[in-house]
Design a protein. Structure first.
Lengths: 718, 744
């Protein structure tokens, strides 16, 4: 066997376990695990890498010198926020706004709630403030919506307020004043004052100005984001530096990058580190885009089923939609984030009959890692989707996580019978099968509406399914939707970590522009607009250059993309539009940009909603800049013919399918060879996932180890 | 879509199912309900019973389509009321106009839209103006089906192979409706003819396109045509998305299955409601009265006959039967009046609906079945059912909101009795002050203002925890106040502050949710008219089980201030009122202070630098304040929810002031103080018999202010049943009335 030469290292540091994913030059990979060590993450991380590399009979010292790319993603920052264990932050706001963290926004009292609980007002509740009232101070002074000074900053007052906060022993100072995205002068002056006061005291704590970090409109999300930058992200800087140091000690010369929510990876010295707060689900989307591109498609529906949720994202024309104001952990934020819709429907979702209506309810809560009733150690008493899969023979109770965990099928059956089948007066297997169908039907609904609400049809897209539960249900939630292709990577379970390694080295910056294009604007105005927009873009490019100059890449080979957020004049919602030209020069260029906005608008909101007679407003300029980095190579195996090798057959199992017991062939996913075609009904197993091929469908493994799921014509028409 | 008609081939009548007209369908359905008590006479829920899972699948698809339509379409609107606050809602109806499923949002309108569809059917719209694929209808008339004109509805019929399969309906609250005063909830009209644009169930489009004449009429009929236009497009786009979703479902499930599904879902909704009420409550007769002041005596801009001080009376009686049947009666309600707070029965139904969906049936399966499971009585001639098309209903919410706190208190007792303590809530807060007005904005454009911070007032105290602070409205559980930076785009008023308002919450063992106050300074305009709208004279959010009501109200605006001058001279300026008895606003600004109990006013002029205080109300308390955990009281003081002196006075908590200015509890002092208060209470107490005797004497002597005497007289004159009940309760002569000076 060929000696492996590790090229890429991707790390996913979760709350309990740290996974590492190491790829060699042929695209082969190995996964390692170790316990997360929150006080010094580098310890767990190196252990995890050792665990991976020992499977290739090598060590970190031996392998690390060959590694060219290291990508980190983790949940420690998020956990710090959730457990309210961040820095001791002091906050300065406009006078009169000191109650921000108590008032919040009404919407934060029910963010992430199910439909029923959103109506059920007695369940709504506020968050614990991340900064207590005594560390929030207001300063006299106001800027208006145009950026004009209404009331001057009262410097003596500002000085007192900063002094009081320093007396509170704060570890970081955040400043977020109203309309500072339009005019940062008051914030900047407070920064100077804070600097002077700290000099007097011979101390130095970091100061975070909202106008410098996240200069976009919407005061509350901007405040949240700026504070989270100080509260939760700042402590991670030191951790990341420790991680890099350990890599160096192991002779690694590569640059460590972190996955950011906008879909690129950024250097650990990046200024806005809170952009890396959300990284887990992002990886999958990047991996999906990368794979789809490899087989010649730029339009992908990414679907990920885990124990608690179903995550869905769309890549259209190579770009994913970016949400400028996402929410996370019940906080409204203004970090651009790949739009990933998450619904509380996973393999661990609880199943119940509503006692009032006698109707079935799936979730929204779930057993999560406790799997279901079938796992006695989990002490779950309410059946889950996984219980149904086990009951029907779809999942092998003796081969869950490769047999690491033994499941009890009889327990699952008993619970389904008592709690679901009997109250519905139907047979236990019919109930289990029906519920899985309902679950998959719901998912199909989400997939269909995500595509249709963009104004496209499934036939425009390739669908990719991953996550532990994705391949179990993919046939169910795609059948009849007529996607171009349905792909399941053979490494579906570890896909998110893989995806992180597929991320570009890319920065993204936004600037609020708020420029009007009134109806009947003449060419002179349009040219003037182009000049102003270019100025904004140049400013953003300078920020990107500054970031890359901190890295080994420098600023020579940066590839830029320009986007604008545009709306009909007066609207509150805008759409992000890729600029048709790199640099806007002429009135014609601006018209082309507006034309592209109108096309997208008509597609998303129906043609009847177009309102060009109101004029347009260009609200934001956005520039992304990327440089080439090494990404995992896709495996490229020589086709071995359609018939799977004998070694791939693990045996047969009875599976309940469409109201009857049928014999399903069981195959070992990892033993299949490129070119193999598997006819349904068949079940492919790997330690971390199970891929179900229904009757009337086939799965073909291509040379990149991607399965293509195909329905026979008569099945598809159903 | 110009070929919709030809594609679906439907130009011929009738368009109902099985060759019936819509009117026949409606009559058949009503007859069947009348005869059997079940929706369309359905006995067995055949679809649900034979294929419970398939049934669920279809429901999931339909509801998904509605939620998606709302979430997508709301982005079209320019109005923060729609986009940020979420004041819109979509629903799908049967051909007869019964709602099958709905999105989230202002679901008060699910039933009002149902009334509008039924109206069109009864008036023969099938023949004239005709109902065809691609048509667009609109309505905002409260007499037909609405709460007030500002809630504008759009309907799109959905056809399948020549038959009308159902209706998509959408509603948004618009920023201005062209009423006598700017803003969308005109306080001031005395008749319907001042309530603004009247869209009396009109056909306004064909082939999926609006008629130009309708668009022009609306653009010229409201003060903010650009918002109007985008709101209308929001509703239409949403309805078209629903149509797409329904057509998809039918093509997958088959039209006959879908038709049966629609019937079953409603009947099932009815049965579920009954089961749910049976499960949650103890049967019985529950009563809860509420009052609300109408202080227009000295308002020179009103016609003479409308210049009166009045008191609205709302006695809500709910009877719950053993089978879960609920009947709500408003017998005893005041007559309608020359003001804009009158309601139509449609609005009353809407209010019942919205509150039940937040309490009894908060789930995604709610529909008109719940409506069919309840009965109601609104006395003809009362404010709840004027029976007179000329009355104004422009600010119908003004009475609805206080009156329906009764339903929360009633349900609270019924839940408590059954043991569902976690579900109990005292009165929600009034969604007031309504900060409303218009003029020229900071961009030099005409503007109309209604600040929707009112959708985040305090909730009622619960039996296991405090009420929800500043985060919901009775008409929209998903409340939000939106960002300061968003309101400042729209309104020529700077936020000087947005702070918690102490003492707004009703005290109790569990206090009500708190309100907050926004202090606004007029900026970059000298041409603005603003009004205050909210109750200030009565406690319209009463407590429960010994809890105190939430604070009433007052006004404090300042004209011709020196604020800009002071602030520019580096002097402190006010950012809140805080304690009205020691007002920061008074202490820090010179000017003409309007500081009084006039909380419902006409619009009056404001100039740059003038100050407008808008404070949002709290919810009612629950239980005896003396039972509140002293630590919680201290926390309330430290976070500005409670003024320190009231910790002592109301809660019997002795506070100690710490060096840093915060407070902590003096445990021993508190025990002693509470003992003392209880002793005082005991000393003051009298036997109930004596109390009743004293009150009876007060009634006999008519020892109340005139508006109260008049109000009771008018209620007795209007509702003979209630008059008898009142007179018998107080043991009064059967012809008793209060003597009123100028009334014969």
């Amino acid at each position: 066997m060929l000696k492996h030469r590790a090229r890429i290292l991707a790390v996913d540091a979760g709350g309990t376990m740290t996974d590492t994913f190491i790829v060699d030059e042929l695209g082969r990979f190995v996964v390692g695990k170790a316990q997360t060590t929150p006080e010094n993450e580098s310890i767990g991380l190196i252990k995890s890498a050792e665990d991976a590399l020992c499977q290739w009979d090598t060590t970190t010292k031996e392998a690390f010198p060959h590694i060219v790319a290291g990508i980190y993603s983790g949940t420690t920052m998020l956990n710090r926020l959730l457990s309210r264990q961040g820095l001791r932050v002091g906050v300065i706001v406009s006078k009169g706004q000191e109650d921000y963290f108590l008032l919040e926004r009404g919407v934060q009292t029910y963010l992430g709630f199910s439909y029923a609980d959103r109506l059920h007002v007695v369940t709504h509740h506020h968050n614990d403030p991340i900064v207590p009232g005594r560390r929030v101070r207001g300063v006299f002074g106001r800027i208006d919506v145009f950026g004009e000074e209404v009331l001057p900053l009262q410097e003596g007052d500002a000085r007192d307020m900063v002094r009081q906060l320093l007396d509170e022993g704060i570890e970081a100072l955040c400043v977020c004043l109203l309309h500072s995205y339009r005019n940062p002068s008051h914030e900047q002056r407070i920064d100077q004052i804070a600097g002077e006061l700290m000099d007097e005291r011979g101390m130095n704590i970091p100061v975070f100005l909202s106008s410098e970090y996240y200069p976009v409109r919407n005061d509350f999300p901007r405040l949240n984001t700026t504070v989270i930058e100080a509260y939760a992200a700042q402590p991670s800087r030191a951790q990341l530096q420790l991680v890099t140091k350990r890599f160096r000690e192991c002779n690694g010369k590569f640059e460590t990058r972190v996955m950011a929510s906008h879909g690129g990876t950024v250097g650990i010295d990046t200024k806005e580190l809170a952009r890396t707060l959300i990284s887990g689900p992002i990886g999958g989307v990047l991996g999906a885009r990368y794979l789809a591109r490899a087989i010649g498609s730029d339009d992908v529906v990414c679907t990920d089923i885990g124990g608690t949720s179903f995550d869905l994202a769309l890549v259209t024309g190579g770009d994913y939609a970016v949400k400028p104001y996402p929410d996370l952990a019940r906080f409204l934020l203004c970090i651009p984030m790949i739009q990933i819709d998450s619904v509380g429907a996973g393999t661990g979702s609880f199943l119940r009959i509503n006692p009032g209506s006698g109707r079935i309810e799936i979730g929204p809560d779930s057993a999560g890692a406790r799997i279901g009733v079938c796992w006695p150690e989990g002490e779950v008493t309410t059946p889950t989707i996984t219980d149904c899969s086990v009951a029907l023979g779809i999942l092998d109770p003796d081969y869950f996580l490769g047999g690491e965990i033994k499941l009890d099928r009889d327990r699952a059956l008993a619970a389904i019978k008592d709690q679901l089948a009997d109250p519905l007066h139907i047979d236990v297997y019919k109930a289990a099968e029906g519920i899985i169908e309902l679950f998959e039907e719901n998912l199909k609904g989400y997939v269909a509406s995500a595509v249709l609400s963009k104004g496209y049809a499934p036939s425009n897209y390739v669908l990719l399914s991953y996550g532990g539960g994705g391949p179990v249900h993919v046939a169910g939630y795609t059948k009849g939707l007529d996607f171009q292709d349905i792909l399941v990577p053979a490494w579906a379970a570890g896909f998110s970590a893989y995806g992180c390694a597929c991320g570009d080295f890319e920065y993204r910056y936004e600037a609020t522009t708020d420029l009007p294009v009134p109806p009947g604007s003449d060419d002179d105005w349009k040219v003037a607009l182009c000049t102003m927009l270019n100025m904004h873009c140049e400013g953003l490019k300078a920020k990107i250059v500054a970031e890359f100059e901190k890295t080994t890449h420098g600023s020579e080979s940066i590839e830029y993309k320009t986007f604008f957020r545009i709306q009909y004049m007066g609207q509150l919602n805008d759409l992000e539009i890729r600029s048709p030209s790199d640099r806007l020069e002429t009135a014609r260029d601006l018209d082309d940009l507006l034309q592209s906005f109108e096309e997208t608008y008509g597609r998303v909101y129906a043609r009847a909603a177009k309102s060009p007679e109101l004029g347009f407003a260009i609200t934001q300029a956005i520039v992304t800049g990327r440089v080439d980095v090494e990404k995992p190579r896709l495996p490229d195996e020589t086709p071995a013919g359609p018939t799977p090798p004998e070694a791939a057959f693990k045996g047969e199992r009875k599976v309940y399918w469409k109201g009857e017991w049928r014999i399903a062939r069981i195959l070992d996913m990892e033993a299949l060879e490129s070119g193999n075609i598997v006819e349904g009904l068949a079940i492919m197993e790997s330690p971390a996932t199970t891929f179900v091929i229904p009757p009337g469908a086939t799965a073909e493994l291509d040379s990149h180890r991607l399965f293509h799921l195909r329905f026979h014509q008569n099945e598809r028409d159903h | 879509m110009s070929d919709v008609k030809s594609k679906l081939g439907t130009d011929k009548l009738p368009i109902g199912w099985n060759g019936r007209t819509l009117l026949q369908m409606l009559e058949d359905s009503e007859r069947a309900f009348e005869e059997t008590g079940r929706y369309c006479g359905i006995e067995a829920l055949a679809l649900m019973e034979s294929d419970p899972i398939g049934y669920e699948k279809t429901f999931a698809k339909l509801r998904g389509g509605l939620v998606n339509a709302r979430e997508t379409a709301m982005n079209i609107s320019a109005s923060p009321i729609v986009k940020e606050i979420g004041e819109l809602c979509f629903a799908f109806y049967t051909p007869e106009g019964d709602s099958v499923a709905l999105s989230t949002g202002i679901i008060v309108h699910v039933h009002t839209m149902s009334d509008a569809i039924k109206f069109m059917i009864r008036k023969g719209y099938e023949q004239n103006p005709g109902i065809a694929p691609g048509d667009i209808f609109t309505n905002n008339d409260p007499v037909i089906g609405n709460v007030h004109n500002a809630d504008v509805q759009t309907f799109v019929p959905i056809f399948w192979e020549g038959e009308l399969i159902g209706w998509a309906g959408g509603v948004t609250h618009v920023i201005d409706i062209g009423a006598a005063t700017p803003g969308s909830v005109p306080v001031g009209p005395t008749s319907r003819y001042e309530d603004g644009l009247q869209l009396t169930a009109l056909k306004v489009g064909e082939d999926d396109t609006l008629h130009r004449d309708h668009e022009l009429r609306c653009e010229l009929g409201v003060r903010t045509p650009w918002y109007w236009k985008l709101d209308e497009r929001t509703r239409i786009a949403g309805c078209h998305m629903i149509r797409d979703a329904v057509e998809r479902i039918i093509s997958e499930e088959g039209v006959n299955t879908f038709k049966q599904f629609m019937r079953d879902v409603i009947e099932e909704g009815r049965r579920t409601f009954l089961n749910r009420l049976k499960e949650l409550t103890i049967p019985g007769r529950y009563e809860a009265p509420t009052f609300n002041g109408v202080p227009f005596k000295d308002e020179p801009r009103l016609p003479q006959h409308a210049q009166v001080d009045n008191l609205m009376h709302a006695l809500m009686v709910v009877s719950i039967e053993a089978g879960g049947e609920l009947e709500l009666s408003m017998d005893g309600a005041s007559p309608w009046g020359y003001h804009s707070f009158n309601c139509t029965p449609s609005a009353m139904q809407g209010a019942i609906w919205v509150l039940l969906s937040q309490t009894v049936v908060p789930n995604d399966k709610v529909n008109d079945g719940a409506y069919l499971a309840t009965r109601s009585f609104f006395p003809p001639g009362s404010w709840t059912n004027p029976q007179n098309n000329s009355v104004s209903t422009g600010a119908a919410w003004g009475f609805l909101i206080p009156a329906f706190t009764g339903l929360y208190r009633i349900l609270g007792r019924a839940f408590w009795a059954r043991g569902f303590h976690e579900e109990v809530m005292a009165s929600y807060g009034m969604t007031m002050n309504g900060m409303q007005g218009g003029g020229i904005d900071h961009l030099g454009k005409p503007c109309s203002i209604l600040n929707f911070e009112i959708s985040t007032v305090g909730g009622g105290a619960c039996a296991v925890k405090d009420g929800l602070d500043y985060a919901a409205a009775m008409w929209n559980p998903e409340g939000d106040m939106a960002d300061v930076e968003i309101w400042e785009i729209l309104e020529p008023l700077i936020y000087l502050g947005r702070r918690i308002k102490p003492n707004t919450a009703g005290p109790g063992k569990y206090r009500g949710g708190s309100g907050f106050e926004s202090l606004r300074m007029v900026w970059k305009t000298n041409d603005l008219e603003m009004q205050n709208a909210g109750e200030g004279l009565t406690f319209s959010a009463p407590g429960l089980f010994g809890g105190y009501p939430a604070a009433a109200g007052y006004r404090h605006n300042v004209h011709e201030t020196d604020l800009l001058k002071q602030a520019r001279a580096n002097k402190p300026y006010p950012v809140r009122e805080y304690d009205p008895e020691h007002s920061e606003l008074s202490a820090l600004t010179e000017g003409r202070h309007l500081f009084d109990k006039k909380t419902t006013t006409f619009p009056y002029p404001f100039r740059q630098g003038d100050l407008y205080l808008s404070w949002l109300r709290g919810g009612g308390g629950l239980g005896d304040p003396l039972e509140r955990d002293p630590q919680q009281v201290t926390k309330d003081v430290n976070q500005d929810f409670l003024l320190p002196r009231y910790a002592h006075k109301v809660y019997g908590v002795k506070l100690l002031k710490n060096d840093d200015g915060s407070y902590s509890v003096d445990d021993e002092g508190t025990v002693a103080l509470r003992k003392e208060i209880r002793k005082k209470r005991a000393n003051r107490s009298i036997p109930v018999r004596t109390y009743i005797k004293g009150e009876r004497q007060r009634i006999q002597e008519g020892n109340f202010i005139e508006p109260i005497r008049k109000s009771y007289n008018s209620c007795m004159a209007l509702c003979s049943k209630w008059a008898k009940y009142y007179r018998e309760f107080w043991d009064l002569p059967s012809d008793f009335t209060f003597s009123v000076g100028d009334e014969s």
